[in-house]
Design a protein around this ligand. Sequence first.
Ligand code: FAD
Length: 392
Amino acid sequence: MITYRTQIAIIGSGPSGLLLGQLLNRAGIDNIIIDRVSKSYILSRVRAGVLEGSSVAMLDKAGVGTRIHKDGLLHGGFELAFSGRSERIDMQGLTGQSVMVYGQTEVTSDLMDAREADGALSIYDAEGAQPHDFDGHSPHVTFKKDSVSHRIDCDFIAGCDGYHGPCRKAIPTGALHTFEKHYPFGWLGILAEVPPVSHELIYANHSNGFALCSMRSAKRSRYYIQCTADDRVENWSDQLFWDELRRRLPEHFADAMVIGPSFEKSIALLRSFVAEPMRFGTMFLVGDAAHIVPPTGAKGLNLAVSDVHYLYEALLEHYNGKSPAGIDHYSQKALARVWKAVRFSWWFTTCMHRFPNTDAFDQRIQEAELDYLSKSTAAKTSVAENYVGLPY
Ligand SMILES: Cc1cc2nc3c(=O)[nH]c(=O)nc-3n(C[C@H](O)[C@H](O)[C@H](O)COP(=O)(O)OP(=O)(O)OC[C@H]3O[C@@H](n4cnc5c(N)ncnc54)[C@H](O)[C@@H]3O)c2cc1C
């Protein structure tokens, strides 16, 4: 057996694990990251793309902000389309803040490069990772690599291992309270090498269902349409997708849309999930390991970053301030912000999508809500301040 000793064993090399690792490196707190898959596999996973200002500030703090500020697209607003028209939510004007469009794969790649430059240890293709004794005195993580057993002894375990990871599952039944909501539809998304139809995101409510026009760069578009929960990618040729997307947009956007072949097409089901508490003994749950939100509010990645903020501050307080207060309050602080983002994501999902039982009355109610929203500064400000992200 190969053995290691570190201060923080981090399971998961997604955005939360890598960001936590990088902040800890800079603070001189030793850590090891392990992941079940390879680096290249992680970098090929197309996921989130909208960063709150606070998330960008955290990446700056981790020393990886250079490329984001150079290549990221700063957005001061977004369009809400409904009833054949569109209204702009001027986030910058209403809140003084904006968001940054920068792909999750780029964030991950920047963090991996920085970690490599620091010479910190990451172990990929680690099989069967398991946290042990996190409610006792010798927390440790075991796994196998190339059929050889490994063991990492540590002070704390950070479960940054996503929804399907082993950390949350290792917590005894009864010690965890979970909350879950499944939405009866999915998003069919494509990536295409075409310029975005608008320089800002367009969220569209249409009687055929929701649509979102997003982007990854000035030349690459990310578009979505609501589909049924049992739909399949094979049912959608590029032409069918473009026709349906354009149908769901106001005419001025549909006419301006540049179409082209897609190079990625996938369906994501929408759900909300929260596990409480986010700390069990010396193990912490971080990011998707503890909560999932539907992508409508663009909060998944941003919540992973705010969890890291609370945990990083708590660990600093433990090691430098010699106080357990931060660690004791990690779960409570993180969950307070998580639930507000879960609420916003649920609200935005509810008022933008067509549900199986949506009838003409419900559709009018949605349109009335969006019309009110577009005309009331108070309502718009509420949406804008949630979208740019609530303070930590
Ligand atoms: C298909 C998809 C589309 C998404 N789109 C959006 C979006 O548009 N906007 C948005 O805001 N959010 C989106 N999200 C959510 C966002 O990507 C996540 O919130 C974010 O990745 C959370 O980061 P994380 O580090 O907590 O978890 P993850 O990114 O899931 O990272 C967890 C890591 O743990 C590793 N791991 C798992 N099991 C083990 C194990 N047994 N041993 C070792 N390592 C393990 C995984 O390989 C992975 O690398 C999307 C998510 C998915 C799945």
